[in-house]
Write a protein that binds this ligand. Structure first.
Ligand code: F6R
Length: 357
């Protein structure tokens, strides 16, 4: 039986949270700083030259860092970055590919399979993991291994899973030195934490307000291609895994060419949808105009529309401001449903069933 927690009751929020998701999230700024300053320091990189494409292979919480890299690097790195969430790699992967094999646990079978395939194709491979089989394989194969701290859920380790990819690309000369931007981003989200963290009261706390809007509704999150698309996907995953609730995402401008037509039937279900539109001042002016028009077209069909604007200076800060706001909202939504945000029993069950031969 669902027992809703008052979001202003800090002890109540923590009582449900058996794995300390709330504390881990508060530690995201520190995680980002550790990742930029220390984690890759001792990793020896071989001379990797003539890279013509980059692939990040991973799943779930370990893949989202790949999407962050893809979006962040699109205007900065002259080669494509592809995120692979599968057992197999695309045909273009070969000796001129740099593959980041990312698995927090190190035991995700799709990632292990893609790792082996990348090695067989002669790609330059770098593993990012806490250990597990991926850690063992990387050590055995003598390939660069970025060992990240264990002890939290993969989805709560975004700083550890994403920032090392930036640091490595920086060390390979494919990105400029990002220490200043990353440190500033960490400082900015630390300040933001005071506004959206559990101790900030509901009247002033955007994440708590969003959770109330999403409670007993179907969240649909819309971002923008090339910028907030990764955040929309992240919000969806966090609502699924933390709040154990459905959520869906899509991106402008593509959704203007199909999804927007689907807001007529069934009316009673559409009225259960709460739409979140992620906004960023850097989005293309024509896309901003599209968002304004779209909002007017569908506003009466759905329960409501909430716009959430990014904040902070620099692309990383703006992306992480939205990620942090959504991560907190998903934990508060879990509390409204009266459930423990940490365990993901369904994922564990599925992995366990697959492991039985
Ligand atoms: C759990 C989570 C999942 C995992 C996914 C892959 O918190 O976020 O989406 O990330 O099942 O597992 P790892 O990250 O260990 O490779």
């Amino acid at each position: 039986m669902e027992q809703q927690i008052d979001l202003n009751n800090y002890e109540g929020l923590c009582r449900l949270d058996s794995t300390g998701m709330m504390d881990t999230l508060a530690g995201l700024p520190a995680q980002c700083l550790l990742a930029v300053r220390d984690i890759c320091g001792s990793v020896e990189l071989p001379a990797i030259e003539a890279i013509s494409n980059i692939v990040v292979t991973g799943l779930g919480g370990s893949a989202i860092g790949g999407d962050l890299l893809r979006v962040y690097s699109a205007g900065r790195i002259p080669v494509p970055v592809t995120v692979n969430r599968d057992y197999v790699l695309p045909a273009f992967v070969g000796p001129d590919t740099l593959v980041f094999a990312v698995s927090y646990s190190g035991n995700t079978e799709e990632t292990l399979s893609a790792y082996e395939e990348a090695r067989a194709r002669g790609a330059s491979v770098i593993a990012i993991t806490t250990g597990g089989k991926l850690g063992e394989m990387a050590a055995g194969d003598d390939i660069p291994l970025v060992k990240i701290p264990a002890g939290c859920a993969p989805r709560a380790a975004t700083g550890y899973l994403f920032i090392p990819t930036l640091v490595i690309l920086q060390r390979l000369g494919m990105l400029p030195d990002l220490t200043v931007e990353t440190t500033a981003m960490a400082g900015f989200i630390k300040e933001l934490q005071e506004k959206i963290g559990p101790e900030s009261p509901g009247e002033e706390n955007v994440s708590k307000q969003i959770a109330h809007k999403l409670y007993k509704k179907i969240p649909v999150i819309w971002g923008v291609s090339g910028t907030t698309e990764v955040v929309a996907q992240r919000w969806k995953g966090q609502i699924n895994e933390n709040a154990k609730a459905p959520a869906y995402w899509n991106v402008f401008p593509e959704l203007n060419h199909n999804e927007i037509v689907g807001f007529e039937y069934p009316r009673e279900i559409l009225k259960k949808i709460h739409l979140i539109i992620l906004r960023d001042e850097q989005d293309h002016p024509r896309v901003q105009k599209r968002i304004e028009i779209t909002r007017d077209i569908i506003k009466d069909a759905v329960d409501g529309i909430t716009e959430v604007w990014s904040s902070g200076d620099g692309d990383l800060a703006r992306l992480f401001s939205l990620i942090y706001t959504g991560d907190y909202a998903s934990l508060y939504l879990a509390a409204l449903y009266g459930i423990d945000p940490g365990p993901v029993k369904v994922i564990d069950f599925l992995k366990w069933e697959l492991a039985v031969e």
